[in-house]
Design a protein around this ligand. Structure first.
Ligand SMILES: C[S@@+](CC[C@H](N)C(=O)[O-])C[C@H]1O[C@@H](n2cnc3c(N)ncnc32)[C@H](O)[C@@H]1O
Length: 311
């Protein structure tokens, strides 16, 4: 079994260039994929355990309840490719139910992926594992012609503006060799519930957000003062999304890559969006991306949904 990590692109993930370009813009911004170095991935795992973060436990319960039906839809002699695989916790339910010929976990967070793949390989010694360190916002080429079931849980699709989300779905569809995509999508709901999920009492989401600054200090030699910024994550009801910011608590300057970036007191860096959908609005978007939306599963409270989309 080969559990060696294949890399789809050079080691440099463009963090330095993205951050300097993003800090030079008004308003300041950076893509949320840069949250995920090894520390960021571990912090995200802690978010998944939070009582306020209903998403993970709701999606796992749905996967467990409907595993046999999902496996039937995926069919036999398939490979499972997971986009933004993270901890690999949820896919175990599918591995047990669908018994794929191979599993291809893909993630941008290479060090963390190596660790969780080792643990999975120990628990599934007969499984053909082909991990891939890749950025799914770039052109995706995954070698092989076997029919694939894509798996994209965690409502990561919500991190993209609708146009970019459609482009991403199209790109993923192009890797499936005619197979379908199983995708988890967080639903529009009471804003108070959403607000609590992204503003947990223990401050773990705040630490996750601020890790971006700590990462810039570690990797790029920047001199951010993480305590000089506040985590701010309001719900924007018109856009149906949580927006995440780091807000400067004072007038300050930061040195990065030989350049100085000034912050006014109250000025922010936009670090993430998390769009929420209705079941209908998501199915419509998936259809525009070229999929045929088929089965959909949701919990009794209509907090979260899982969709099976056919190519
Ligand atoms: C919201 S977490 C979801 C993790 C896991 N799939 C789950 O459902 O709990 C997003 C995951 O996608 C990965 N990721 C984010 N942006 C990515 C990108 N552009 N390319 C590849 N992986 C990415 C992160 O490293 C992280 O593991």
């Amino acid at each position: 079994m080969d559990t060696g990590l294949a890399r789809a692109q050079a080691q440099d993930d463009g963090f330095a260039q993205a951050l300097t370009a993003g800090l030079a813009r008004a308003p300041k911004q950076i893509a949320c994929k840069y949250f995920y170095d090894e520390t960021g991935s571990h912090l995200f795992d802690r978010i998944c355990e939070l009582p306020e973060y209903y998403q993970t436990r709701t999606e796992i319960a749905l996967l467990e309840r409907h595993a046999a039906e999902i496996a039937g839809l995926m069919g036999r002699n398939i490979e499972i490719v997971e986009f933004g695989a993270g901890s690999l916790r949820k896919v175990r339910i599918l591995l047990d139910a669908a018994r794929p010929d191979a599993y291809l976990p893909l993630d941008i967070s290479g060090g963390y992926l190596a660790t969780v793949v080792r643990a999975l390989a120990a628990d599934y010694p007969a499984l053909a594992l082909r991990p891939l360190v890749a950025d799914f916002t770039r052109p995706l080429c995954i070698a092989g012609t076997a029919r694939r079931a894509g798996f994209f849980p965690g409502s990561t699709i919500g991190n993209f503006q609708p146009e970019a989300a459609m482009a991403l779905l199209r790109r993923m569809r192009g890797t499936l060799n005619g197979g379908g995509l199983l995708i988890g999508v967080d639903l529009v709901k009471d804003p108070a519930r959403l607000h609590a999920a992204y503003n947990d009492a223990g401050g773990v989401t705040a630490a996750f957000n601020k890790n971006l600054l700590a990462r810039a200090n570690r990797e790029l030699g920047a001199d951010f003062d993480p305590d000089g910024f506040a985590h701010y994550a309001p719900y924007n009801p018109a856009a149906q999304r949580i927006e995440m910011y780091l807000v400067s608590l004072k007038r300050q300057s930061v040195q990065l890559d030989g350049r100085r970036f000034d912050f006014a007191s109250g000025e922010s860096i936009h670090t993430e969006d998390s769009h929420k959908y209705t079941i209908e609005s998501f199915r419509e978007m998936a259809a525009h991306a070229g999929f045929r939306p088929r089965a959909v599963w949701s919990d009794a409270e209509r907090l979260f949904s899982i969709h099976w989309l056919e190519s």
